[in-house]
Design a protein around this ligand. Structure first.
Ligand code: MN
Ligand code: MN
Length: 298
């Protein structure tokens, strides 16, 4: 089962300007082959399908707790995209072509299929697919896949970071580079325990430290590169059988935190009349309120 908090993993800066084309690139980090929907669903299905949960509990706990973190990453990237598109068009009567600025943006789906918001697809508009999920049932193969998936995800994040300096995108990517680094190391440590082979010796891949990225450094300074969360007050505590000792790259002590991270305020998005979204006017709202009050006998 799952519980939900109306909080975002980190605070996202409210941008001064829109960049819908950069938002289209960021879609790769959401619904691309190596995006957050892929990490989420790989770990989700591996946790559903896990055999010998009791015997192999630290590994089951690891995949399960990281699943919860990835759902929060899907949420974070989606909110980033929404904030980045905001302000591309202007409210006006239809005959004044208020959405003219959308015509030449890379993703028409952002303006026609959705009301200037994220979609479960990649940077070219291809929908995310369950074919990106690897759930072989072989523990070492699944962990190896996850190690590789996180490295691929890191590579794509670094490339999108180099494509845009939009402050909202950069903040999100800086954070996810640090958290993804934790996941790479966690799967590397799990593989060492399972096989004796220390894959963390080859890190970082690509061969560039997170500390090179201005927007990643503040999150490292907060220690977020050494913390793994259980994302449950009660369960998944055996991740401390894997996430222990010292950080393979920095040598700093690793730490398990029970429960989820603190979280930050969830952004809200204003109405976009030219998209008819949400399409509830002040008068509509008053009518709805009146109807509800009458039904309740008030
Ligand atoms: Mn992630
Ligand atoms: Mn991850």
């Amino acid at each position: 089962m799952f519980t939900r908090f109306n909080q975002l993993a980190i605070e996202l800066p409210q941008p001064d300007y829109a960049d819908a084309n950069a938002a289209a690139a960021v879609q790769e980090l959401l619904g691309g082959k190596f995006g957050e929907m892929s990490t989420l669903n790989n770990y989700l299905y591996q946790s559903f399908n896990f055999r010998e949960k009791r015997k192999l509990k630290p590994f089951y706990d690891l995949v399960s707790s990281i699943t919860a973190e990835e759902l929060g990453h899907v949420e974070l990237v989606s909110n980033t995209i929404n904030l980045m598109i905001e302000g591309t068009t202007f409210p006006a009567e239809p005959d004044l072509t208020p959405m003219q600025n959308a015509k030449d943006k890379r993703s028409s789906y952002h303006f026609i299929d959705s009301a200037q918001a994220s979609l479960p697809g990649d940077s070219m508009g291809n929908p995310w697919t369950g074919k990106y999920v690897f759930t072989s049932g072989n523990l070492v193969a699944d962990l190896l896949h996850n190690f590789f998936l996180e490295i691929g995800a890191r590579t794509h994040k670094m490339r999108v970071y180099e494509m845009t300096n939009h402050p909202t995108a950069r903040r999100m990517i800086g954070y996810l580079l640090v958290r993804g680094g934790v996941h790479i190391n966690a799967y590397g440590k799990a593989l060492e325990i399972a096989t004796g082979v220390d894959l963390t010796k080859m890190l970082p891949v690509p061969n560039l430290d997170n500390s090179v990225f201005d927007e990643a450094r503040p999150f490292e300074e907060q220690g977020l590169d050494r913390i793994l969360y259980t994302f449950s007050e009660r369960d998944y505590r055996d991740i401390d059988k894997i996430w222990k000792g010292s950080h393979p790259e920095t040598g700093e002590p690793l730490e398990v935190v029970i429960g989820p991270p603190e979280g930050a305020e969830m952004p809200d998005f204003p109405e976009i009349p030219e998209e008819f979204a949400p399409g509830i006017t002040r008068e509509d709202y008053e009518k709805i309120r009146k109807r509800l009050e009458e039904k309740a006998g008030m």
